[in-house]
Design a protein around this ligand. Sequence first.
Ligand code: NAD
Length: 484
Amino acid sequence: MQTNPTTVRLELLIDNKAVPTNHYFEVRDPGKRSSLVAMVANGNAAHADQAVRAAHRAYLSWRDIPVARRIELILDAAQAVEAEASALAETLVREQGMLLADTRRDVANGVETLREIAAIAEDFLKPEQHEDGESLIQIHKAPRGVVAAIVPWNAPMGLTMAKVAPALVSGNTIVVKPSPFAPLAVSRALELIARFLPDGVVNVVHGDGEIGPALTRHPLVRKISFTGGIETGKAVMAAAAESVKNIGLELGGNDPAIVLDDAAPEEIVPHLIKRIFVRSGQVCYAVKRIYVPQSMYGAFFDTLCEAVDRLQVGYGLDPRATLAPVNNHNQFRHIRGLVDSARRDGAQVLELGGRLAPETWDEGYYLRPAVIGKVAPDAPVVVGEQFGPIIPVVPYGSEDEALRMANGTEHGLGSSIWTRDVDRGQALARRIEAGLTFINSHARTRLGDRHIPFGGVKQSGIGRVRTRIGLAEYIEHHTVSLDK
Ligand code: NAD
């Protein structure tokens, strides 16, 4: 094993103590695979049990701490995470491979999420009350108990804090399992948060084997908040069924963007580019297929290709880079496979963009951004989630046909419509099967994220995160009725 002086050794965090294990797994830099970033404790079922029991012991007193005090502690913790934001963002680049600008945004998003949920919690958690001369009904918003939070690698800070914040403010305790492909920054942030809280309120376990399934099966876990792929989500749901746990699932997406015939390619392409290639396309809410009217297909395709060709692929800490490598070997192989199969099937495949360091290209999971034209609407690259720097462009004849194709997969996370006609856009938006539909943007609004409950329909998931709607997923309504 090749280690270097900066290789981190990361243990489990249970009851606010570092817990070593017998086996460790490697985390390598996706942009420089020869660099061993960390050795991480590989937990097993016994560690899952130890962490859940610690969280359960802590829950029995944390649930009685007044909401206002819980909020104060979370705000103090948010400040501590913010103070380390730069270091956390750099660590993320090394373990996760993304551009520094993106990892900074992820860290800022995590901190903001802690504050955003803290700001709405006190009002939200007040009991509802109905009273007349003879009876009093109070509906309390009680915590559920121990939450298991299972997180992917693609935006770990924001996604983890969107679980930690609502769980803790409402009186639950938590066991977090970060992804083996990006465990470091998020574990450091959770360690900082845990220092402000009683032992066992926040626990962190790691592993690429039995620990995930053991957590999702544990009888003392009352809620699972899972973000990841659809197939893993199904396994989590099956495990949760054994002891009827509450589950929240944020799963894969295949977001369509429908361009209407009154949109101008040169106006919308600069916006679309950002939402296709953000984080090298490794975002659940990235644009993953574009439907364009036959009449403007050529003009749109050329404008898109010109813009994609200006992207510069390089290492995440290289300030010239506008596209980073993908995160891991599976992703790399999956995207290469889609590109090759599209080419074999006769699609027009353009691999574009510049290579900033051709001499070290093969040392990382670097891929050139690809635009796929003349592609069948039911090709794997269109109907499956690519999760990489690749975008198929499909022509359509009528708006109904575009809608049919957009709704024609089992995904239903985000979507967008690009038009100058607001009424037409809004009417079409209501017919899209998705958790979110944006008009003239995608997954971002000028109003910011804090008003948006994120989540999907169909196989893209169950439940919503953020806002009061997301907070509601972490409580039980306990009705106490009194007849006087
Ligand atoms: P993944 O499903 O492979 O892994 C997610 C997490 O689940 C990891 O921590 C992994 O170790 C763990 N895990 C694996 N098997 C498990 C099991 N049987 N039981 C319990 N835990 C298990 O996903 P990934 O590759 O890390 O992330 C990419 C996927 O996540 C994409 O499909 C993407 O769309 C999705 N995602 C969705 C959202 C959303 O908000 N809907 C956000 C981000 C990512």
